[in-house]
Design a protein around this ligand. Structure first.
Ligand code: SF4
Length: 402
């Protein structure tokens, strides 16, 4: 299907996209959020770190190990209680989870028994599928052999390494304790253990970083051959050095896109547990778009069982979110799926915005997808604002940063 730059092909009278989109819409097999076959994503937050990095604004910090057991206890109680929590917030819990993401924080600072308890509880209560993507975030240098063995026993098949820079001076300047060699050792140990699905997080804009040193980090990352890279605070060319870009901050080799993170950008349901964990479930009320809720963002309040913050997402807000989040993807937003989910009439509400961006060269249509052009990606924040109402819940924005 070819590109149709600069021209929105809608049927104004019937307020629906025409051209390839319209033809495609009829035949599109809807894999929307309300479909019974949609699987759940599970996020579990571990807010403990060895040091606090200077750039980090997550709810993570250095805490005494004596708190670890209490925290794990509390998280496991929430996991066991998930159906009750879902009911109380007015959401539906999907049967079967196809992704589990243990992040934070630095989950690998937990004892192996604590890690195993969390995974065992998730498996016992949330129907984790046998082929689920199971990711653990890991600070380089925290992966002892004992921890690695425990992760394997837990069925972990993907590890995300918070590298940030391969230049030791840059990593040290923001409080990271590892060196370049630590990262390379971790990658080879993971591979030797059978975990080849590895993500490397990089940050552009670190203190001491120059264009040249940024290139060093990029070259080193590519040379490792890891199949997935997340890059933050960056404007880079698409398909950076052979690892295709599939989202504004994420690059992956064929077949290695993060199943879990795709849930955030395609508005599939996810259930978060732990400090500052955010969730989005299909609403039990059919005329609502979804229900979002978040647990307290301080360890103290979370352990004290402070209440969840709940936000009902109207159908209109859900549609806005779909634009805002879906346009982050390189493939763009599936107009056919959107039309099936929200109706052709609702889609027509964004006709003016889309039309203007197409005309200005910031968007293009490819078949049933509308997406940002490379130029549009450089101005993505400005574009997204046009699809957001002023009172958009903060957690939507946060979800896009993950
Ligand atoms: S290790 Fe990660 S979560 Fe912890 S302080 Fe550093 S950036 Fe934040």
């Amino acid at each position: 299907m070819g590109l149709n730059r600069g021209r929105l092909r809608w049927d104004n009278q019937r307020r629906r996209p025409i051209t390839d989109c319209a033809g495609a819409i009829k035949g599109i097999i809807k894999h929307c959020r309300h479909d019974q076959t949609v699987s759940l994503g599970i996020y579990i937050s571990v807010p403990f770190c060895r040091t606090k990095c200077s750039y980090c604004n997550f709810a993570s910090d250095v805490f005494s190990r004596v708190l670890f057991d209490r925290y794990v206890e509390r998280v496991c109680a929430d996991i066991e209680n998930a159906p009750v929590i879902a009911r109380e917030v007015g959401g539906q819990i999907e049967r079967g989870a196809d992704s589990v993401y243990l992040g934070g924080g630095t989950p690998t600072v937990l004892d192996t028994a604590q890690l195993e308890r969390i995974f065992a509880t998730a498996r016992a209560n949330l129907e984790v599928q046998s082929d689920a993507e199971i990711t653990v975030e890991c600070a380089p240098g925290t992966l002892t052999q004992e921890t690695l063995d425990a992760l394997l026993r837990c069925g972990v098949n993907r590890v995300s390494l918070g590298v940030q820079s391969f230049v030791d001076q840059e990593a040290a300047a923001v409080g990271r304790l590892h060196k370049r060699t630590t990262v390379l050792e971790d990658i080879s140990r993971l591979r030797a253990a059978g975990i080849t699905n590895i993500n490397v997080d990089l940050i552009a804009g670190l203190p001491h970083q120059t264009a040249e040193s940024w290139n060093v980090s990029l070259e080193e990352t590519i040379a490792t051959g890891v199949p997935h890279v997340s890059v933050y605070m960056l404007e880079v060319d698409e398909d950076s050095r052979g690892v295709p870009q599939y989202e504004i901050s994420n690059f992956a080799r064929q077949g290695f896109q993060s199943r879990h993170n795709l849930k955030y950008w395609t508005r599939q349901p996810y259930f978060g547990f732990g400090v500052d964990a955010h969730s989005m479930l299909v609403s039990a009320t059919p005329d609502q778009g979804a229900v979002r809720f978040a647990s307290p963002d301080s360890l103290e309040h979370y352990i004290a069982e402070a209440p969840l913050q709940r936000t009902e997402v109207s159908r209109q807000a859900a549609l806005e979110e779909s634009f805002f989040l879906g346009l982050r993807l390189t493939r763009g937003l599936d107009l056919g799926e959107l039309s099936a989910d929200f109706g052709e009439e609702a889609l027509g509400n964004f006709e003016n915005e889309v039309s203007q961006f197409l005309k200005g060269g910031l968007m293009e249509i490819d078949g049933r997808y509308v997406r940002l052009t490379p130029q549009g990606r450089l101005l993505s924040n400005e574009v997204f604002q046009r699809f957001l109402s002023p009172l958009k819940p903060a957690e939507v924005v946060r979800a896009t940063m993950m």
